[in-house]
Design a protein around this ligand. Structure first.
Ligand SMILES: CC(C)(COP(=O)(O)OP(=O)(O)OC[C@H]1O[C@@H](n2cnc3c(N)ncnc32)[C@H](O)[C@@H]1OP(=O)(O)O)[C@@H](O)C(=O)NCCC(=O)NCCS
Length: 187
């Protein structure tokens, strides 16, 4: 368990299937999380069961997922994950979805991602963490920049959202940048 001031990250449980099913069938969540990518949602219980079973059996050296809980009442509000680990280069890709709309814009997602970064750079010793979003997701872009991610490139028209195309924006952070940020906060 990894705890901040607004949220904690905890390992997924079998009972989290229902809440994940709700988030991934909420069109607004699917829209903001992926630009409406049908691989994310809507999703049937049967499909999610297979995915969820795999999540419960993940090898944390290779990939992992944490449920984000609101510290105020202990309820799940979203999820963060890491994947595509490259142990040779020390690289990993992360993702975040706060699934409870009422928690958007309240700093919960930013803190959850900060806690995940602390875990990946600290306990896991990664050299580089990356993530991406689509250029229309201003809240995500602002949150990632505020956390200290550097915009490293764009895949032009890489994301289709309905009948429009947006850039896929790639962000990265290096371990020394993370250390500078945390030293500055501590000092
Ligand atoms: C994107 C997400 C992780 C951001 O986390 P958050 O805790 O909600 O974000 P914050 O409250 O820290 O806000 C981040 C910034 O966005 C701004 N913001 C909030 N709502 C906004 C909106 N509707 N439009 C534009 N900017 C907005 C905030 O003011 C803040 O900027 P500032 O610090 O410069 O004022 C979270 O909202 C989320 O998971 N949303 C749904 C799914 C999603 O978009 N996932 C990301 C896909 S890569």
């Amino acid at each position: 368990m990894i705890e901040g001031t607004l949220v904690r990250l905890r390992a997924p449980r079998a009972a989290d299937l229902d809440v994940q099913l709700r988030w991934r069938n909420d069109p607004e969540v699917v829209h903001w999380a992926t630009g409406g990518d049908p691989r994310f949602g809507p999703i049937t219980r049967e499909s999610l069961e297979r995915f969820h079973d795999a999540q419960l059996r993940q090898d944390p050296r290779v990939e992992g997922m944490f449920i984000v809980e609101d510290l105020a009442d202990g309820r799940p509000i979203g999820m963060v994950d890491y994947r595509d680990v490259n142990p040779f280069a020390g690289q990993v890709t992360v993702g975040i979805t706060i699934g409870e709309r009422g928690h958007w814009g309240g700093g919960y997602g930013s803190e959850a991602l900060r806690l995940l970064l602390g875990h990946l750079f600290g306990a896991c010793g990664f050299r580089r963490v990356e993530l991406d979003t689509w250029s229309g997701n201003e809240r995500a872009v602002r949150a990632f920049r505020k956390l200290g991610f550097v915009e490293e490139g764009r895949r032009r028209s890489g994301v289709r959202v309905g009948q429009r195309w947006y850039d896929s924006v790639l962000f990265g952070m290096l371990s020394e940048e993370w250390e500078r940020l945390t030293d500055a906060t501590a000092g």
